[in-house]
Design a binder for this molecule. Sequence first.
Ligand code: AP5
Length: 190
Amino acid sequence: MLNIIIFGAPGSGKGTQSENLIRKYNLAHISTGDVLRAEMKNGTELGKLAEGYISKGQLVPDDVVIGMLANVLDSKKDASGVIFDGFPRTIAQGEALEKMLKERGQDISVVVSLEVDEPELIDRLIKRGQQSGRSDDNLETIKSRLDVYKNQTSPLKEHYKNTGKLASIKGVGTVEEIFGLIAEAVDKVK
Ligand code: AP5
């Protein structure tokens, strides 16, 4: 099983590079952001709850997201591996993921962390907001998302560095150039 965490700040290219990973390695993709947006679109209870957090650029509570992830993971049990995009985002989520994988006789193969500086992230997200109208791509919410990343999510990097799983990759350049570096890191653990 090839289990890849694609990690990075909002706008660092996690979704974009996940598409390339799916194509090259034939893996299942779990994006907690996509799952939550689908729930919002369908007007479910979970969607209504998530909307309050997403619109402010805050994280949906750990217990909610961990429960959701467990269900989605079970639906991918026949896959040859999974790309975790946007999960984990807190130390508690990281611990929960390790436990869930262990219970299934699996482990994390590699954590690909895309490194992009803040002005570039803001620029990308503002542009995307203008084109796609994603409601959390406005300056105020983007700043809150970046703060949340800095304070609650980036500490996970130290944990993965200590376990030897972290592959830090410069996430600036063409999508193809960046994917070349990601594929090198993935091929080492395949
Ligand atoms: P989520 O949907 O995960 O959003 P995000 O982390 O903010 O990431 P983005 O989708 O904005 O960016 P990305 O890194 O995927 O970059 P992309 O490839 O799209 O989460 C949204 C919200 O849901 C959270 O704020 C939270 O509230 C909630 N949530 C989700 N998961 C949660 C969890 N685990 N726990 C709690 N709450 C959770 O690229 C961005 C743009 O840049 C695109 O326009 C793209 O075309 C462009 N681009 C990509 N690569 C390049 C490049 N190399 N050069 C130039 N432009 C590029």
